[in-house]
Write a protein that binds this ligand. Sequence first.
Ligand SMILES: [Fe+2]
Length: 334
Amino acid sequence: MSEATLKAKRLAYVRVSAPDLTKAEKFLDEFGLQVAARTENAVYLRGTDPEPPCYVLTQGNGGVTAIAFEADRIADLEAIAQIEGASAIETLDGPAGGQVVRLRDPQGMQVEIVHGRTALDALEPAPAHVFNMNGQQQREGELPAIHRGPSRVRRIGHLVLESASPGIVYGWYNRHLGLQTSDAVRLPDGEAQMIFSRLDRGQEYVDHHVVGFQFAMDEGARVQHVAFEVGNLDDLMSGHEHLKRKRHKHVWGIGRHLLGGQIFDYWKSPFGVIHEHWTDTDLVNQEHEAQECGVADVNDYWGPGPGPGFIVSRWNFKVFKNIARILRARSTAS
Ligand SMILES: [Fe+2]
């Protein structure tokens, strides 16, 4: 197999537009991101980890307008700049500096490959404490350390790209950024419903997925959700209560995923983008053997199933066509 153009180091940031920046920023503050810098055109937000800002908020219609990956070296930017349609290496706007190559993936999403951004100082993480489990008393004479209010988001973790052809889109990321399949879920007729992919960092353990490639029921193309790691379980639960008190729209959770293993909680921003809090992901490396399973086999460890608000990003006649197609394939398979 030929080598990828480069092997992405990490998911760097998302660019998200919103028609009402004040409202959007309020949601992000209540979600647990913190403002790192402001410019005339954008608000740059970060987690408590020292990585440069992971979220760029700009004025616009509402939606994710670009996704960015960090490269290990400038030679990686030189390599990807050779791809047809890619920009030359340019100076990256924004407070962290660095350089960027911009290009589009097969579903039309703007992808930015960046290098040389300056790290920040870490911020205070969520408080943490040990748990008494299975009769083992590990927290004797100590109160739990719990912060009330927004979760303390640590970092951006993954996102899900949905389209009518997730297999083709995955192929592009595999070829150019080195993403590898961790697990895949198939529709009854054999097409990919979801391909979970991870960074290729060899023996180093990485999150089970950095990008999920999902079949869009409406056959549209978009970022279906963006996910952020929070400090720990109590931090996730505190953040859940806070978002509930602030009357934000809860979409799915709380539960623990079967594929990926995270404890998850999904919220929709006022501008229509699903934002996930998660903690405690599965970590895998190149020894991981990808599993293939059918949609009916994916039952999370615990928690409610997803509702239509999570499964369908936009209702159109294709949604009904695809539901019928899945049901038909299921009935012929059984
Ligand atoms: Fe997720």
